[in-house]
Design a protein around this ligand. Structure first.
Ligand code: HEM
Ligand code: HEM
Length: 185
């Protein structure tokens, strides 16, 4: 993943913006469902039955998004960002992509290790990707929780940085990812 391919355009291209907001909605729903699932026994089965296919959809969309980013021309970072801040921003993007890829795989892997049926819709099941092992299940179940909370923290940092730039530095950072077309500043 490289941010070095740049253009004079002030915005990410349409496909990157579309995939960003599609995934933002999916990921935030997913984090909410994950927490509600373990907190509410009443709706547990309904929530898990949404959580599994939505998680696999995130896995598919993140691969599409990664490939799309690779072939897209990215706008340069705004001049208001120092080289250290650019480094941190790039590192946080790498972290977000990595978590969005690894977390669903761990969810799939932990159900495989437990030999639970991995139901997507009705009779559509996923095949197991790991051998049967209770120890492995316990490890992955814990890792799934830790990485989900790390994703939540990474999102908060991402959101905070965008808010800071948009409201305090006032460099129009939000408009770089706005769903509509932004004019050059
Ligand atoms: C980006 C994708 C995902 C996110 C953000 C996510 C998030 C979460 C969260 C926050 C929890 C609650 C953790 C806790 O408090 O202990 C959870 C639990 C769980 N997740 Fe995911 N998850 C994702 C993908 C998946 C996938 C793809 C599967 C399976 C195919 C899956 C299966 C489960 C299961 C079975 C549980 C635990 C239910 C229980 O212990 O009763 N997750 N997930
Ligand atoms: C509602 C909350 C969100 C807002 C306001 C927001 C805003 C933005 C903005 C303005 C940018 C462009 C930054 C720049 O100019 O370099 C951006 C980029 C990015 N955002 Fe978000 N974002 C949100 C939620 C999320 C979520 C939930 C994720 C994933 C977990 C995410 C992942 C990314 C990534 C990976 C990039 C880098 C560009 C790319 O590869 O698509 N964002 N976001």
């Amino acid at each position: 993943m490289s941010s070095s391919t740049t253009t004079g355009r002030p915005q990410f291209n349409g496909s990157m913006r579309f995939l960003h907001w599609l995934m933002a909605a999916m990921v935030l729903t997913m984090l909410g469902i994950g927490v509600a699932m373990v907190a509410s026994l009443g709706n547990y089965h309904l929530l898990v039955s949404i959580h599994r296919p939505l998680g696999i959809a995130i896995l598919i969309v993140v691969v599409i998004r990664f490939v799309n980013r690779h072939f897209s021309t990215l706008p340069p970072f705004p001049p208001t960002m120092s080289s250290q801040e650019r480094f941190v921003a790039h590192a946080s993007e790498v972290l977000l992509y990595t978590l969005l890829f690894v977390l669903p795989l761990i969810g799939w892997g932990m159900l495989s290790a437990a030999r639970y049926p991995i139901v997507l819709f009705g009779s559509l099941h996923l095949f197991p990707i790991l051998p049967h092992s209770v120890m492995l299940y316990a490890f992955l179940r814990r890792t799934h929780t830790i990485l989900a909370y790390l994703l939540f923290l990474a999102f908060i940092a991402h959101f905070g940085a965008i808010l800071f730039h948009t409201l305090v530095v006032r460099d129009g950072m939000l408009s770089r990812m706005a769903p509509w077309r932004a004019r050059a500043r």
